[in-house]
Design a binder for this molecule. Structure first.
Ligand SMILES: Cc1cc2nc3c(=O)[nH]c(=O)nc-3n(C[C@H](O)[C@H](O)[C@H](O)COP(=O)(O)OP(=O)(O)OC[C@H]3O[C@@H](n4cnc5c(N)ncnc54)[C@H](O)[C@@H]3O)c2cc1C
Ligand code: SF4
Ligand code: SF4
Length: 1024
């Protein structure tokens, strides 16, 4: 039995008192001093890990004003506050050992869109893609681009002055800020936009922080003009944050936003922004050029610039190779043909946009003519090119490029690419030489790395691969950074071309030079006591406090290395999460991650769960627990002998006895086990896998709820229950039974069993059971058309009709279909962490399947989630010891038989259907979605794939009382609109049992399986 984790880092008394006083002051947001929230917000995407004292989620501007006013009281002068948005910073910008003030949870409303004048007013927590989605119908977009656009907030973008691909054309975030509302530390709400001298004088005459700040900044601008000119480099990626060079606009107005943009939460809380919107260019195209060397692609970039593109992005072979191994490659592979003999070492993606198709085509022609001439002349590094026309294709390629950073983190082994010198900027003409020297530095340390970047802006992204769990590698952070700083200065560049300074602020004095004291004066004017995100960019001149140092902030590796190797290995599915935050994806139509979208609680995200898992493992390790042995003991333990101690612990838990494991458990129980993280996380973090291992250990200490046993035994009970479905169905349709089950068992709206009995129907309809004898008797010719359909409990007993329809469809299509005998698959056991029972069940199932596999016939499954279990859970559990038969999704196999299908005289009537995909299938077998489309097309039907997220059911998750509300919220996010769309009535098809039952449950809409729509046409079109 695992021990209790009662000792966690306590909150300092002054912070507890601050939080209590805040609650009493009328604060309407959430105050979370619990350890789980603190752990989850102790990391961003950087190499650092800093435990905050608490996490505060303000609901509105007044909440933030209350917060700062309290911090302004003498007893709280040393309270530290750090604003946080999406938490995607790469250099610890939002990390703090004080209070995290997270504006992303509640302050995320789009307040106003003025399409005519081309601007929007938003709260700081609005995500960039959220804004772009809202303004797209107006033909507008918020132009500054960044790879984390689906999770970074506008507040975070402003505070890091974010930019990325396309910055040469569109500039940085600051270039699109029209006005800001900022809560200053004295509680004053500063509204800033360019102002004339008269207004400036008025403001300066006041006595609050704003007046003082305006006096200080104005004075610096006037008195240090020459120094400022000499210090701030004239780069596309200028020295941003406290930007003294742009205090005055070109027409002489005073603009405090130049100081605030890029200030990394060190000057005030930006609560609202009015931002400039641009018209979406009607036409977009990308020329994708392949090179035989990375240097060749870099050196060619300057020439490419002459062809006047909107942007140029470079990717090296390492990043390209990683993209090839990811789900994303399916959508872009056609643009990178593998011609014989070609060894692609770099690519340039050259973008053209415009509102005139001919103009875009002409520009592309100028470039491709040049490329063709070069190719004829020979000797060029360019190997060839493809052209991607239209926004759809262009967006797919940009999505691949955006994912590159995350993909870099997925290198195999312990040394993983990490950010610390990842965003240098130099004048573009210096870039190739700069990179060659940069590479020499990295090569001298013998580290691996991948590179990509915005060559047009001179920005390079590189993440050297280090293992910071290995202490001797730590000093390389300092050594490499120092050398890269010197190199960027040699080439008139900057260390922080894009991602901001954060912990790297110790180098700020080197880059600000003699102006650094002026920068400190600015900080002092806004934050005289150094309470706001201290140690970053500048400290108040008068205080003389220290800046953070890159080797003096705790590293994540320092915590992780406290976990013994065997425990890390056992939970490796969560160990490598690098915090890039791709799982915080805002888009409701994206499958990742439904529990995060349904709760907006970061503890309920893959990153949150992975962070909690690591901290839990660390806690266990500190107690000397070998989790591998503990798992074995849990499997071997006797239910009866362990009952009393577990009961005792459970009662203690109910009495409020603290155990960190309970906080981890709460987070794990919110997971739907939909596996979208497995498919979509660039690092392939697999929450369901480590969650199952955790639950097994957790329940060695605590009693399981009764519902877990019911769910776990469902697959075993169903064959018996299905003999007499009426009594069960009668019971579950009584409202009092539902009430009782929901309240006392924890399961609500239990589904009814099918009225049809599969066994009886099989013999009535002449459906053949797959037995070794029956298969052996097949002639060689019949074997080529034979297939075995593997049953799963949900389809066979809740949707028997679908099994029968599948068999009929296959037969009408000219196949000889056999139904494998029913065996429990074990997935519900795995989901709930009954690992011993899962292994036993899966083994028996494998015995049965292997006895049939001997004859070499293909296997297919009907339900995607149950079928994909063979590829993931089974493979993970048994790949070392047993051969796992290949159980294909139905459409994958049908596509392999496309030659046979084409030969069938089919006459379907071109009807169009709309496919609602199951998230496990969409994220873990993405190519199979297109297979359905191809099968439909061969059969004379059209299938459009609807863009939807998760349905919120995921097996039994949605039926668990504790999850019912979240399940409905998730369903409402993307499914409801489509299911209830009158235009789609009768045209929807859905592959997942869960999804179909959810649509029936919440909207009383019956959606058929894609095979049932096909059958309808086959029945109408052909007579056998
Ligand atoms: C994989 C990956 C790719 C990236 N690619 C890019 C890229 O292409 N371009 C780019 O520019 N950056 C990139 N970044 C860095 C990061 O995404 C950006 O810096 C982004 O702007 C941060 O936004 P956020 O909402 O996550 O802010 P956070 O990380 O939460 O905060 C960033 C800073 O802003 C401050 N802050 C946040 N909100 C407020 C507020 N309301 N008021 C005051 N201060 C606030 C915080 O204190 C902190 O100092 C990337 C990061 C990752 C992980
Ligand atoms: S779970 Fe995956 S997507 Fe989420 S932060 Fe970790 S590595 Fe990134
Ligand atoms: S399995 Fe699904 S719900 Fe669970 S963490 Fe992964 S994406 Fe989120």
């Amino acid at each position: 039995m695992i021990p209790k984790l009662s000792e966690v880092s306590p909150i300092q008394a002054k912070y507890l008192s601050f939080i209590e006083r805040l609650k009493a002051s009328g604060f309407s947001g959430d105050t979370n001093p619990d350890y789980a929230n603190r752990v989850v917000l102790s990391t961003d995407n950087s190499i650092y890990q800093v435990l905050p004292q608490g996490v505060i989620f303000p609901k509105n501007t007044q909440d933030i004003q209350l917060l700062v006013q309290l911090s302004n009281q003498e007893e709280f002068y040393d309270i530290v506050l750090s604003p946080r948005g999406g938490g995607t910073g790469t250099n610890g910008q939002s990390l703090t050992d004080g209070l995290v003030i997270d504006l992303s949870k509640h302050m995320n409303r789009i307040l106003e869109i003025n399409a005519e004048e081309g601007w929007a007013r938003v709260e700081a927590g609005v995500v960039k893609d959220q804004l772009n989605k809202a303004i797209k119908p107006h033909g507008l977009f918020f132009a500054p681009e960044l790879s984390t656009s689906n999770r970074a907030t506008i507040g975070g973008m402003i505070n890091t002055d974010a930019s990325g691909q396309g910055s040469v054309m569109y500039g940085k975030t600051r270039d699109h800020v029209l006005s800001l509302k900022t809560v200053l530390l004295d509680g004053h709400l500063l509204e800033s936009s360019p102002i004339d001298n008269e207004t400036l004088t008025n403001i300066q005459s006041g006595s609050d922080y704003s007046a003082h700040a305006h006096r200080v900044v104005d004075n610096i601008q006037k008195s240090k003009a020459q120094q400022i000119k000499e210090t701030f480099p004239e780069l596309n990626r200028c020295l941003t944050g406290y930007d003294l060079a742009h205090i005055r606009t070109e027409d002489g107005q005073f603009n405090m936003n130049s100081v605030l943009c890029g200030s990394e939460g060190t000057l005030g809380f930006i609560v609202e922004a009015k931002v400039n919107l641009l018209a979406i260019p009607t036409y977009a195209a990308l020329v994708n050029i392949r090179y035989d060397s990375f240097e060749g692609s870099l050196r060619h970039a300057r020439e490419l610039l002459a062809a006047k593109p909107t942007s140029i992005e470079t990717v090296d072979s390492k990043v390209l190779g990683l993209a090839k191994g990811d789900i994303i490659w399916n959508s872009v592979s056609k643009f990178f043909p593998e011609n014989t003999g070609e060894n692609i070492q770099g690519i340039n993606l050259v973008e053209y946009t415009g509102n005139d198709e001919q103009e875009v085509a002409d520009k592309i022609k100028v470039l491709t003519d040049k490329l063709d001439t070069l190719a004829k002349q020979g000797g060029s590094s360019a190997l060839g090119y493809t052209i991607a026309m239209g926004h759809d294709n262009v967006n797919k390629l940009w999505a691949m490029r955006k994912k590159s950073v995350g993909l870099l983190g997925n290198a195999k082994g312990e040394k993983r690419p990490i950010p610390f010198v990842e965003d240098t900027a130099v004048p573009p003409e210096n870039l190739a030489d700069f990179i060659m020297e940069f590479r020499a530095i990295l090569d001298s340390y013998n580290v691996q790395y991948g590179m990509f970047g915005h060559v047009d802006a001179g920005v390079l992204h590189v993440r050297p691969a280090l293992d910071l769990k290995d202490e001797p590698q730590e000093p390389m952070i300092r050594e490499i950074t120092d050398k890269v700083v010197a190199l960027t200065q040699k080439y008139n560049g900057l260390l922080w071309g894009e991602h901001g300074k954060g912990v790297r602020s110790e180098y700020a004095p080197a880059f600000f030079g003699e102006l650094y004291p002026s920068v400190q004066q600015v900080k002092g004017a806004f934050d005289p006591r150094n309470q706001l995100n201290p140690g970053k960019i500048a400290t108040p001149f008068e205080l003389g406090a220290d800046l953070l140092k890159i080797d003096a902030v705790p590293l994540r590796g320092q915590f992780d290395r406290q976990i013994p190797l065997q425990n890390r290995d056992q939970f490796q599915e969560g160990m490598y999460c690098n915090g890039n935050g791709a799982c915080y994806n805002f888009d409701p139509n994206d499958a990742m991650c439904p529990s995060w979208k349904g709760t907006r609680d970061r503890r309920h995200s893959p990153k949150g769960r992975a962070s909690l898992m690591r901290e839990w493992l660390r806690g266990m390790s500190q107690q000397g627990v070998d989790t591998v042995k503990a798992s074995k003991d849990a499997k071997d333990s006797n239910f009866l002998f362990s009952f009393l101690p577990r009961l005792k612990n459970t009662l203690a838990k109910r009495r409020g006895d603290y155990d960190f494991s309970n906080e981890v458990h709460e987070s794990m129980m919110g997971c739907l086990a939909c596996k979208s993280c497995v498919g979509q996380c660039p690092i392939k973090v697999d929450v369901p896998e480590f969650r199952a291992k955790f639950l097994e250990l957790y329940y060695s200490r605590y009693l399981r709820p009764a519902k877990d046993y019911l769910i776990g035994s469902l697959e075993f009970m169903m064959p018996t229950m299905a003999i007499f479905p009426q009594p069960y169905n009668w019971l579950v349709s009584r409202s009092w039974v539902n009430h009782f089950s929901s309240k006392y068992i924890g399961l609500a709206d239990n589904p009814k069993l099918s009225k049809l009995n599969l066994k009886k129907e099989m013999s009535r309809r002449g459906i053949r059971l797959a037995t070794p004898l029956a298969i052996e008797a097949l002639s060689p010719k019949d074997r080529t058309r034979a297939v075995i359909v593997v049953q799963d409990a949900f389809t066979s007993y809740f949707e028997t009709e679908l099994v029968l329809d599948t068999m009929e469809t296959l037969s009408r299509l000219g196949f000889q279909a056999y139904l494998a005998p029913y065996m429990p698959n074990g997935k519900p056991l795995h989901v709930h962490g009954f690992m011993k029972a899962f292994n036993r069940t899966a083994r028996k199932n494998l015995d049965m399947l292997q006895s049939l596999a001997f004859y070499g016939l293909p296997f297919i499954g009907i339900d995607p989630s149950m079928t994909l279990t063979y590829r993931s859970e089974y493979t993970k559990a048994f790949s070392d010891s047993r051969q796992i038969p290949n159980i294909q999704l139905m459409q994958e196999w049908l596509m392999k038989k496309s030659a046979h299908l084409i030969k069938q005289p089919l006459m379907c009537d071109n009807s169009t259907y709309h496919l609602m995909t199951h998230c496990t299938e969409k994220t873990n077998a993405e190519a199979s979605i297109q297979d359905w489309q191809k099968v439909y097309s061969i059969l004379g039907l059209e299938l459009k794939v609807e863009n939807v997220g998760c349905c919120g059911m995921a097996g039994t998750y949605g039926h668990e009382t504790a999850n019912k509300e979240t399940s409905k919220t998730i369903y409402d996010l993307s499914w409801k609109e489509k299911v209830t769309d009158p235009g789609l009535l009768g045209k929807l098809v859905a592959t997942g049992y869960s999804c179909r039952s959810q649509a029936k449950r919440f909207d009383d809409v019956a959606i058929p399986h894609p095979v049932q729509a096909i059958l309808k046409h086959l029945r109408e079109a052909r007579v056998e």
